[in-house]
Design a binder for this molecule. Structure first.
Ligand code: NAI
Length: 328
């Protein structure tokens, strides 16, 4: 099949070329949006990532260009108007789970770095400063951690927390029996957030979860709590989180995702003046750690993403069951 791969970097090309099972691939560094949609002309399939914007207008153009299949090389699909795609007869397939441990381990890396300040210690020691001033952390053992969403990644994260001896509270509309057996206590969102020392978000972005962390829900966290978001940026109302950080209601913030990330993440802006006032304010806090959507970025995850994406394409070609279809 002829496949146009959007938003590609060297690592995408490397893994999608290595696992290619006979398809004709064209790699575009450009993201897919209304300006670049005509690059899809002549392709039956397009392969996209988290920040490609596939709204109703783009989908209409894709359909006119002959695109029949969209394969997302990621789990989240909030950036695709799936209803419109279905109306236009375009099939949308995703990679629902690829090494959930990759993202869960990154969430734990954010927690440990923010807590034990290893990033600051690294820089200090390199400059000959061996002082412990301002490096004090807290034990994770016996702390209450609220896990919002216990799907693939949330479950992997709960298993890690269990090893640290945390009390794990969770909110998910579909509680998981295996997690309950592990000792996870399910409750309402309010009960789960109440007095949490750490809150970690692992649910999808949709109409119900948009800005679920806001000035009201932040009041439920334990004062000085840590918020971790490795899921999707718009789960958080960033202005409210900044206000909570300024007033000490929130003690730490670790994010791998950001609502306006598509203008910044995955690219080097070190010589540019960053116009986004919210992210520059976030960067200015000593207790905020930002990574640019790298939670998925392990060798194991890249192998699985490429393998499952090709399986999805072949299922479409062979008209076998589309197990990873979204929106139907
Ligand atoms: P999943 O689909 O396996 O699990 C999501 C869970 O959230 C499900 O158990 C679902 O019942 C639950 N949920 C749905 N609505 C909810 C609500 N209102 N409140 C609480 N829970 C709710 O998804 P998975 O694989 O665990 O991924 C979770 C999210 O992580 C994805 O949606 C994606 O946005 C993000 N992600 C981030 C990556 C990164 O590199 N930072 C990589 C992969 C995924």
């Amino acid at each position: 099949m002829k496949i146009a791969v959007f938003s590609t970097y060297q690592y995408d090309e490397e893994y999608f070329t290595r696992f290619n099972s006979g398809h004709e691939l064209t790699f575009y560094t450009a993201p897919l949006d209304s300006k670049t949609v005509n690059l899809s002309n002549g392709f039956e399939c397009i392969c996209i990532f988290v920040n490609d914007r596939v709204d109703a207008d783009v989908l209409t153009d894709l359909a006119e260009n002959g695109v029949k299949l969209i394969v997302l090389r990621c789990a989240g699909f909030n950036n695709v108007d799936v209803k419109k795609a279905t109306e236009l007869g375009i099939v949308v397939l995703r990679v629902p789970a690829y090494s959930p441990e990759a993202v869960a381990e990154h969430a734990m890396a954010l927690i440990l770095t923010l807590n034990r300040k290893t990033h600051k210690a690294y820089n200090r020691v390199r400059e000959g400063n061996f002082s412990l001033e301002k490096l004090m952390g807290f034990n994770l053992h016996q702390r209450k951690v609220a896990v919002i969403g216990t799907g693939n990644i949330g479950q992997a994260f709960c298993r890690i927390l269990k090893g640290f001896g945390c009390h794990i509270a969770a909110y998910d509309p579909y509680p998981n029996a295996e997690m309950e057996a592990l000792g996870v206590t399910y409750g309402t969102l309010e009960e789960t957030l109440c007095d949490a020392d750490i809150v970690s978000l692992h649910c999808p972005l949709n109409d119900d979860t948009l800005h679920m962390v806001n000035k009201e829900t932040l009041k439920l966290f334990s004062k000085g709590a840590m918020l971790i978001n490795t899921s999707r940026g718009a789960l958080i109302e960033t202005a409210d989180v900044i206000s909570a950080l300024k007033h000490g209601r929130l003690g730490y913030l670790g994010i791998d995702v950001y609502e306006q990330e598509s203008k910044l993440f995955f690219n080097d802006h070190s010589e540019a003046v960053i116009a986004d006032e919210l992210i520059t304010r976030l960067i200015s806090f000593p207790n905020v750690l930002i990574t640019s959507h790298q939670g998925f970025f392990t060798k194991e995850a890249m192998e699985q993403i490429a393998t499952i994406t090709y399986q999805n394409i072949e299922a479409f070609e062979k008209k076998t069951a589309l197990v990873n279809r979204v929106g139907v």
